[in-house]
Design a binder for this molecule. Structure first.
Ligand SMILES: Cc1cc2nc3c(=O)[nH]c(=O)nc-3n(C[C@H](O)[C@H](O)[C@H](O)COP(=O)(O)OP(=O)(O)OC[C@H]3O[C@@H](n4cnc5c(N)ncnc54)[C@H](O)[C@@H]3O)c2cc1C
Length: 310
């Protein structure tokens, strides 16, 4: 289906749609990087019925689509995205105790809301996720984590919907030993939208948890260029080399190096920051430069942690 027909189709479902349907929507506004072109259609479902309508629309139109969380690990192409971007921002916002020791989290819950709640209620075991700015859906997909732990350490199950399936049904993956590895999950395809996740928690003194979380936030501010738009760490640590990605960038003397208005940050060289008006090609130029030089000069393979919307 061409773009005009795709838009007409989404226009036709608008009267029964509770969330937002936008055309030619600038994705720079929907991502932390503040870079990139527009999506033909950007839909932000508010109810499960909205999601069902999106499922039907994708089925009828056969359009390509991309599932967007909070956009904190994404680089959008300067040409934008031809197709439908589904933004998980308002639907599935629950943080509830399912039983003692088990939380049920909606996919759109932000890491910061979860951590604030953990601190208030004295839920322990989640502090390792402090400062990760994305949503629960993004944390599942990316197995987000820090040097203190990863999402997989607390994950029990993940509910998802396959948007390419003929049936609109929620399926459950029970997390096992092979479900995740470093910054990866091994059970979701790009067509599967996470709706909820269940995670374990313990109990501790809220004051102690608050101190732990505050300490981690302070440390982030000291060590990361939080004043500039970025996607966090651009590269995964090349573990087999025994080096952190920032050490590789430093050995290549790329700390501070710029293309256009994109720069390997002085404060943390595994962050490429947007100094203002950077283009995706600038960021990609720095990524490709580091990858090829790391391979040629250090025999180290760098792999992106950032994901692309093209
Ligand atoms: C300043 C800064 C610091 C960061 N620090 C860390 C860190 O310490 N550790 C770390 O691991 N990451 C870090 N990140 C990266 C990022 O926050 C994480 O990868 C986060 O988990 C991404 O979540 P998101 O909702 O923003 O996902 P997005 O960036 O929107 O998407 C990332 C991927 O998840 C998929 N996705 C998102 N939601 C869903 C869903 N509901 N269903 C199916 N797929 C979905 C997308 O399709 C995409 O493939 C940082 C980023 C920034 C900007």
């Amino acid at each position: 289906m061409n773009t005009k027909d795709l838009k007409s189709f989404f226009e036709s479902i608008r009267p029964d749609f509770s969330g937002q349907i936008e055309f030619d929507a600038p994705l720079a506004k929907a991502t932390y990087y503040q870079i990139g072109g527009s999506a033909d259609v950007l839909v932000t479902p508010k109810t499960q019925e909205d999601l069902q309508k999106i499922h039907q629309a994708l089925h009828v139109t056969g359009s390509r689509f991309f599932i967007l969380g909070w956009g904190s690990n994404l680089l959008v192409s300067d040409d934008g995205f031809r197709g439908v971007v589904i933004r998980m921002k308002h639907l599935f916002q629950e943080i509830e105790i399912k039983e003692e020791g088990l939380l049920r989290l909606g996919a759109s819950v932000g890491g910061s809301s979860l951590l604030r709640r953990a601190q208030r209620e004295g839920w322990s075991g989640l502090s390792a996720l402090t400062g990760i700015p994305g949503s629960v859906g993004g944390m599942v997909t990316m197995n987000a984590g820090t040097h203190l732990g990863e999402f997989k350490d607390v994950a029990v199950s993940v509910d998802y919907i396959d948007l390419r399936s003929n049936h609109f049904e929620i399926e459950r993956h029970r997390v096992g030993g092979n479900s995740f590895s470093y910054r990866k999950n091994h059970f979701l395809t790009e067509d599967q939208l996470v709706t909820h996740a269940e995670v374990r928690f313990g109990r501790d003194d809220p004051k102690k948890i608050e101190a732990e979380i505050n300490h981690l936030y302070t440390r982030r501010k000291e060590t990361q260029p939080v004043d500039f738009p970025s996607c966090g760490s651009v590269f995964m640590n090349p573990k087999s080399s025994g080096l952190h990605a920032w050490q590789v960038i430093d050995r290549l003397k790329l700390r501070g190096h710029r293309i256009g208005n994109a720069q390997f940050a002085e404060k943390h060289s595994n962050f490429i920051i947007n100094l203002g008006g950077a283009r995706a090609v600038d960021v990609k130029g720095l990524i490709d430069l580091a990858k090829s030089r790391a391979l040629n000069e250090l025999n180290v393979e760098l792999h992106e942690e950032v994901r692309y919307i093209t």
